[in-house]
Design a protein around this ligand. Structure first.
Ligand SMILES: [Zn+2]
Length: 286
């Protein structure tokens, strides 16, 4: 196991290093008192954990200018995305508040399996550790893709389980609304209610395959190990599924594609010049 000092620790901390935090967008010190970095490797300025910094990093690198897009976040547990986004909304699942209405705490009530948003109304839909708590993740994925604009994206995290080859369902919803526990009840922290969120699925190595099948398109997986940005933890992947059919989120332009578009422009200009000259010659002859 790790020697704290060898990892840059100070004895009290297993890991400690300087770096840049994508959540508070400032230079900071990252440190963890535990080996389990996923929950303990925090930014000492804003308290963010690796998963939050990674999703912010993927937004910054994959969707530059995302701050100006229409963003919805389902069940946020922090404000890191909202503090930079100009068109941001959030929702939580309140079983006793009608869908689409605002709960007493000012947050919109939404069921991610049955959203009230119009078709193609959102550029980026974010879910951070939500999909392991829904009863019908395939319906959640279908709903998210219904409300995404063509070219929009679902950006999400969900824990995968070490050594688990196939995804296991832990709990199901019966038609009468009661819960059937297929495995012993397990809960994660929840920002609302009694602070308990039932785990419905343990995702395995087939997670991306399931998501791709349910979305009907490809899944991009981002895995980054970079302690200078506080990115190091197990199960720290960020997934991106882009809805096919449009490009409201402009792709990054590489120097290579710039070269090709410059060449195409030059060829089009040359063809146009020839056509104009040809027309002039023909006009002179007639
Ligand atoms: Zn920070």
């Amino acid at each position: 196991m790790g020697n704290g000092k060898a990892n840059g620790g100070d004895g009290k901390h297993v890991v400690q290093n300087d770096g840049f935090c994508a959540c508070c967008r400032s230079n900071t010190v990252f440190r963890s008192p535990e080996q389990w970095l996923r929950d303990f490797y925090v930014c000492t300025k804003c308290g963010s954990v690796p998963r939050q910094r990674h999703i912010q990093t993927v937004l910054d690198s994959r969707f530059p200018g995302w701050e100006q897009l229409v963003i919805h976040e389902s069940s946020p547990s922090n404000d890191f995305i909202s503090r930079y986004a100009s068109q941001y909304s959030a929702s939580q699942y309140f079983p006793d508040v009608p869908r689409g209405e605002t709960a007493a705490n000012g947050v919109r009530s939404e069921d991610v399996e049955n959203l009230t948003f119009g078709d193609e109304s959102i550029d980026i839909f974010v879910t951070q550790d939500v999909l392991e708590h829904v009863f019908r993740p395939e319906r959640a994925i279908a709903e998210i893709h219904r409300v995404l604009k063509p070219g929009g994206a679902h950006v999400f995290t969900a824990p995968k389980h070490k050594g688990l080859l196939e995804t296991v369902q832990r709990a199901a919803l019966n038609s009468d609304g009661t819960i059937e526990y297929l495995l012993p009840e397990e809960y994660h922290g929840n920002p609302i209610g009694d602070n308990k969120a039932l785990v419905t699925y343990d995702y395995g190595y087939d997670f991306e395959q399931l998501m791709s099948t349910w979305a009907g398109t490809s899944v991009e997986v981002f895995h980054t190990l970079d302690r200078s940005r506080g990115l190091d933890a197990e199960f720290n992947e960020v997934y991106v599924i882009v809805k096919p059919g449009g490009a409201p989120v402009p792709p990054r332009v590489s120097p290579h594609s710039l070269y090709w578009s410059a060449r195409d422009f030059a060829r089009r200009a040359e063809r146009k010049a020839r056509r104009v000259v040809g027309e002039r010659i023909r006009a002179r002859r007639s």
